[in-house]
Write a protein that binds this ligand. Sequence first.
Ligand code: THU
Length: 157
Amino acid sequence: MKKEKFSFEFTSYDNKAELENNQRQVLEEADKISQNAYAPYSNFKVGAAVQLENGEIFSSSNQENAAYPVGSCAERGLLAYVNANFPNIKITKLAVSTPNINYPLPPCGMCRQYILEMEKKQNSSIELLLAGNESEVFVLNSAKDLLPLHFTDEFLG
Ligand code: THU
């Protein structure tokens, strides 16, 4: 028997002003679109924005439904659209933001798995920028860090 340990490093910036221009630009798109989130049931507004390797930025928000499980997180709705329309262009950054909390939004478990799928598919990591309202900003190197002991296609044989 042996004890195992999992740890990862990430950077915490005091505020958006500390980010590189490009990072700030992607995050600002997530901030902006979070205002239009369709979240009448939770009132929890989330915005997500990706940057592709060609520099293009796309964004979306969470979309809720009266039948609650039908709703979708901002990240998954956005990644489905981007993967459907630009399957051969890599995603380099994903920013997620909410005005509802003063802490960097931790993506839900399903979204972590979804982001990981995109990383595996494109064979490269996606930088994650997580923010709240006027909060510090967490910058992580990969969805893998948020999902220890992750399940991927490698196990499907
Ligand atoms: N939500 C997201 O859009 N992304 C996350 O990573 C966490 C949760 C949304 C789903 C739902 O519309 C609302 O936030 C409350 O859970």
